[in-house]
Design a protein around this ligand. Sequence first.
Ligand code: ADP
Ligand code: MG
Length: 482
Amino acid sequence: MSYTLEGKTGTWEIVVGLEVHAQVISHSKLFSGASASYGGEPNTHVSLVDAGFPGMLPVLNQECVAQAIRTGLGLRARINLESRFDRKNYFYADLPTGYQISQFTHPIVGEGTVEIELGDGTVRHIGITRLHMEQDAGKSMHDQDPTRSFIDLNRAGVALMEIVSEPDIRSPEEAGAYLRKLRQILRYLGTCDGNMEEGSMRADVNVSVRRAGEPFRTRCEIKNVNSIRYVMHAIEVEATRQIEVWEGGGEVDQETRLFDPSRNETRSLRSKEDAHDYRYFPDPDLLPLVVEQAWVDELERALPELPDDKRDRFIKQYGIPRYDASVLVAEQAIADYYEEVARGRDARLAANWVTGDLFGALNRTGRSIQDSPISAQALGGMLDLMADKTINGKIAKEVFEDMLETGDSAADIVERKGLKQVTDTGAIDAAVADVLARNADKVEEYRGGKDRLFGFFVGQVMKAMAGKANPAIVNEALKKVL
Ligand code: ADP
Ligand code: MG
């Protein structure tokens, strides 16, 4: 499947590369002992290092390095045993040092790859160029006072991972799938919470367009887009703008732009800055970072099972379709829930109940799996009642709804409502006789060759028995009499 845009003069292909900033989960900042937690009263999570006092020295936080290495391993990327920290110089009111410590020529993680899956089942691999560590800046607040701006340095110095993709993405859908996959991997690894609303994951979106088969054309970079939906919109809007420029005989300038979702347009912010504008140089306060392969191996051994591996295992171990497996590994907590329901039971049936009825109920009530009103054990208990034929599939739906509402166990509900399946052939035979007697005309038609009516009789008998009859026995009884 390929995605293209139609211009006035023909078809265009979109080319996208993403630079994602992911805030590292750690207790303290990249080079200081101040708290890295989100929020807090302004300027309470600030050390003298973060505030840029003269003479302060940065001390590298080992846990942040471990998090970057874990992430690199999760992206199936090369880990560089030697990397370096550079100063990237620029002036911002919320950057008290006048430079950001970042990794420029020697990042800690090199080339890797992320597998994405599209709506039609196509699988694609998006290349990772690199991952490097850097500091976040503080925050300027312009909405606190009519005439003054305030600065909050709580975020200044918090560790970020910048994850740069190759220009391998070819559509808004692929960009969305890539970001969702990246977020899923980061969350599994516990290296970033992936919370785009709180800004702990944000994307710079590089977009260009070209005719099929051409070399890449000039790109524009859309800064700091903070939701997956906005990234997808921004690509569409920006690509459309560029096509109009090219088709109008103009040239796309390499520049940095902003996406304005309320007007659905991108606007120029500044012409693209180059590396030399930042006067990068190795930070003289920091030695090159050298890590040992043995430590990398140790971190690798301790990694959790990653989403793609878990999906493949679910397909094999539980015999469920790939689509179901993908849905079930979307979050670690969902996967754990499913495995607890499936253990020792009919795993396909378990998958149907979790992805169907349970997800439906959670969506309706806006809950996550963590606060599901039905625990994995409780759902498993219901499946056990189906397995030992205490209830049939139809009654199970009713029990499930009751469980949602009351939180009672399936066994208690069956007891309270008297929903136990009827397997007593005497009672079923009586109901069959009654239904046939009341529908003599239909019996005539059936015997005259109208086979389809069998289902009608089954339905009538089930109805007469309030849905509680064992369907197999009803079928048998009807066949015998008819
Ligand atoms: P810079 O160092 O100037 O930011 P990079 O070469 O590192 O530039 O690329 C930054 C991002 O832009 C990467 O994600 C890359 O995939 C993407 N990119 C590079 N060329 C193009 C292009 N022609 N169209 C779209 N994206 C591109
Ligand atoms: Mg860049």
